[in-house]
Design a binder for this molecule. Sequence first.
Ligand SMILES: C[S@](=O)CC[C@H](N)C(=O)O
Length: 212
Amino acid sequence: MDSSPIPQDPQVAVDSEKPQVVEKPVVVPSPVAQEPDTDVPAPGTEFAEFAAGCFWGVELAYQRIHGVVETEVGYTHGITHNPSYEDVCTNTTNHAEVVRVQFDPKECTYQTLLDLFWSRHDPTTLNRQGELLGAQYRSGIYYYTPEQEKLARESLEHQQTKLEKKIVTEILPAKKFYKAEEYHQHYLAKGGMHGNAQSPAKSCKDPIRCYG
Ligand SMILES: C[S@](=O)CC[C@H](N)C(=O)O
C-alpha cells in the first residue's frame, strides 16, 4: 500500500488570520513616460540631450561649454512615470541617465555638443560605462528636431570610421524628461559627496573626477 502523504491543497494550508503577502509589481509601465518632451527651453535657447554614463561627469563637461546656458540631469526613455534614482538603479525601469542641455545656437553649435558627447564616453559598450553596469548607463542621443537627428546620425557614422568596435549608441526622439533629485543637479560643481567642488567655469580644462 502507498504510504506517501496526501498532497495538501495549498488553499487549505492558508491561515486566514495571517495577513497575506501580496506580490506587488515592482515596475508599473505608464504611457506618459513615452510621450515626447514638450518642456520649453529658455528664450533664445534650444534643448539637446545625451546619455553617456553617470550623469554627474557628463553634466560638468557640458557646463563648461561656451553657449551652454543651463544643464539639468534626469531620467528618460524608461517605462515608468516619475522614477526616483533608486527606481532607476534597480535596472528594471529602463531609464537612461541623461543631461538635458539648453544652448544658445548663436554661441555654440549642436555639432560642438556632439563632439563632446563622443569624447566623454565609450559608445561601443552596451548598457555599460567602465565599471558602471545597467541600462541607465547606456549611450544615447535624444533629439528635438529633424536637424538634430540628421547631425547626430552623420556624426555617428563619422565616429564609427575612427573606431573598430561597433557603436551601440541609440539615436531617438526626446521623450518625457524626469528631472533627477535636487542633490544630483550640478553635483560635481557643488562638491559631490566630499565637498571637493569642481569648476564649471567656461574656460576650465581641469580633468573631471566623476566620483562623488
Ligand atoms: C549618478 S551615478 O549613476 C553614480 C554612479 C556611481 N554609483 C557612483 O556613485 O559613482
